[in-house]
Design a protein around this ligand. Structure first.
Ligand SMILES: [Ca+2]
Ligand SMILES: [Ca+2]
Length: 182
């Protein structure tokens, strides 16, 4: 049984990835993000690399939607989302594989020079592709995820914050801010 805080974080994540704000998660949400992330990288339809770039992103999200669409009607509801995560998070190996894949994908898309480190600005650009563009919200994300102001995040730091996001019952955990203010 998940705590109220953890359920709240799962619902927040659902609303975060429901980029067209229609209350369900479908392929349309991820198409919007794929185009926004491609634009971050300066890629548009027809450019070299655009199709590969987009395909990797869409492939990962097709898996997530497939796994969380419990009644297989083609849309993921918030209840399905919470139920899916409740089961996934109870299986440490499954969680590790999912979190690693997700973080690797984010780095593959955001870490332009491929040195295993992203800047907080790049991280916030990633959040912006999902629709989180409010400057004060992004400033809070930076303050919590980078308290020393070093300006960068490693893959391990992102994985640690992600773990806090999904598992921590502490309202003060910095990782709770991974997807913006709850
Ligand atoms: Ca949607
Ligand atoms: Ca469904």
């Amino acid at each position: 049984m998940l705590s109220d805080l953890r359920v709240r974080k799962l619902k927040h994540l659902f609303n975060f990835v429901d980029t067209n704000n229609d209350g369900v998660l479908t392929v349309h949400d991820t198409e919007l993000v794929a185009d926004a992330i491609a634009a971050l990288r300066g890629l548009k339809p027809g450019d070299d690399g655009y199709d590969n770039f987009r395909a990797g992103f869409m492939y990962y999200w097709a898996d997530v939607r497939e796994a969380s669409d419990l009644n297989k009607d083609g849309v993921v509801t918030i209840d399905e989302w919470v139920t899916y995560h409740n089961e996934m998070l109870a299986d440490p190996e499954r969680y590790d594989a999912t979190a690693q894949t997700s973080a690797n994908l984010m780095f593959a898309l955001v870490d332009v020079d491929d040195d295993g480190v992203i800047t907080l600005d790049q991280y916030c650009g990633w959040l912006g592709a999902w629709g989180l563009t409010d400057p004060s919200a992004l400033a809070e994300v930076k303050r919590h995820l980078d308290p020393e102001g070093k300006g960068t995040l490693t893959l391990d730091e992102v994985l640690a914050y992600t773990r806090e996001y999904f598992y921590s019952d502490d309202p003060g955990s910095p990782g709770n801010w991974s997807m913006g203010p709850l």
